[in-house]
Design a protein around this ligand. Structure first.
Ligand code: ADP
Ligand code: MG
Length: 150
């Protein structure tokens, strides 16, 4: 899928939220400025999170509570209580990312975990493709991005 501006990537994130399964881990892959954080902002909005999402590049992991039952999420989706946003950009080793407690949030039915720079920490992420989805963000030109679900 091609997005022609940030707004379209945001909307794609919003739409993606409606297809999430509880306990799903979403790994985002792509260079700086490819649109990963914009996507997460849309995802959060789609989950009914009112807080503004800031890039967790320096804090590595941030938790956002989903305060109201989410009408968009179907079936098991309304078990989701929390969005956890991780940015692995600064992680140099797997231990760096383990030290922020990422494992506490893996495969919990009440958590959707979304990770920027997921390719750097693949080893700690679920191998089970039922629970793990990777999305690739490619910078095409100033405003165009190619987003593909791997
Ligand atoms: P990343 O988290 O991948 O480093 P960001 O989402 O923080 O990237 O930043 C993407 C930047 O690119 C933003 O400044 C955004 O406004 C801009 N941009 C331009 N076109 C797009 C697009 N189609 N999708 C997403 N972001 C876009
Ligand atoms: Mg980012």
């Amino acid at each position: 899928m091609i997005t022609k501006n940030a707004e379209e990537t945001f909307k794609y994130g919003q739409k993606f939220a409606q297809k999430l399964k509880s306990g799903e881990v979403v790994g985002l892959i792509g260079d700086l400025g490819a649109g990963k954080t914009v996507f997460v902002k849309g995802l959060a909005e789609g989950l009914g999170i009112k807080e503004s999402i800031t890039s967790p590049t320096f804090v590595v992991l941030k938790e956002y509570n989903i305060l109201r039952p989410n009408l968009h999420l179907q079936g098991e989706g309304d078990k989701v209580k929390k969005l956890v946003h991780v940015d692995a950009y600064r992680a140099e080793t797997i231990d760096d990312i383990k030290s922020v407690g990422i494992e506490d949030f893996l495969c919990r039915d009440d958590v959707v975990l979304v990770i920027e720079w997921a390719e750097k920490i693949k080893d700690v992420l679920p191998k089970n493709t039922e629970r793990m989805v990777y999305i690739n963000f490619k910078h095409i030109n100033e405003n165009k991005r190619e987003i593909s679900i791997l």
